[in-house]
Ligand binder design. Sequence first.
Ligand code: AMP
Length: 277
Amino acid sequence: MNFEEMNIDKEILEAIKDMKFEKPTEIQEKSLPPALLGKDIIAQSMTGSGKTAVFAVPIIQFVERGKGMQALVLAPTRELANQISEQFRKMSRHKKVRICEVFGGVSIEPQIHDLRTAEIVIGTPGRMLDHMRRGTINFRGVKMLVLDEADRMLDMGFIDDIKDIVSALPKKRQTMLFSATIPDEIMYIARRYMSDPVRIMAQRHVEKHKLKQVYYDVKSEYKVSLLLHLIEKENPSLAIVFCSTRTTTDIVANHLEQNGVEAKAIHGGLTQSRRTT
Ligand code: AMP
């Protein structure tokens, strides 16, 4: 099935075309039709499967501008919440909706301001609960809820926050839950907070012919030299280097910079504003 056959509004189809999505991924093909019918969904899917569009499309399609908050997306981390809202912004290019990001580590005041008018709110459970307790978020008009990477939210200890937030939402709503694994606690949430959910499974969307994996077995003292050599030889437009500790991350980034490679370190020890820039 193509996107054009899915009862997706013209403005969103146009945005999908701008984003160069030619055909739906497996999870999109299986989940978009029931999601667009307003059904509750439990989708077993990973990052990279194209799952964000499964909830972004119906949410953008069904929210009405100027009617206050109607959709809530909960994600485990600020970075994921950011990625999600970036995709919402791209998908709503031709239909103006107001999106508000709500997460900790940044000032709460701008969020309080934006929450007054936003139709779609995307964020992490902790800060969301904070707004709930301060009375700066109004859940009355919420008709769609997404729990993204639900298993990670459980692992990170957000279960009680999630229960508190979901209990404060209107009962009559569509709930869509996405999780890489479906342990018992997720089934418990599904039974308690969802109504007759459709269960969908899909594989990670990877085009294997585009991937090449190589490893080098070298002594620790040669690693940075080898990395510099590889960057020079391959000349990538963008590269990510993973390190085992915060300190190593800083050391490697410094070495690269000193050798003329534009590099920045990112790790949990940095403030939110330094992570974002
Ligand atoms: P997600 O799993 O939602 O984080 O998506 C992973 C990546 O796949 C994102 O960069 C999307 O922009 C991209 N993507 C999602 N759906 C499609 C599609 N149908 N065709 C091509 N790329 C897609």
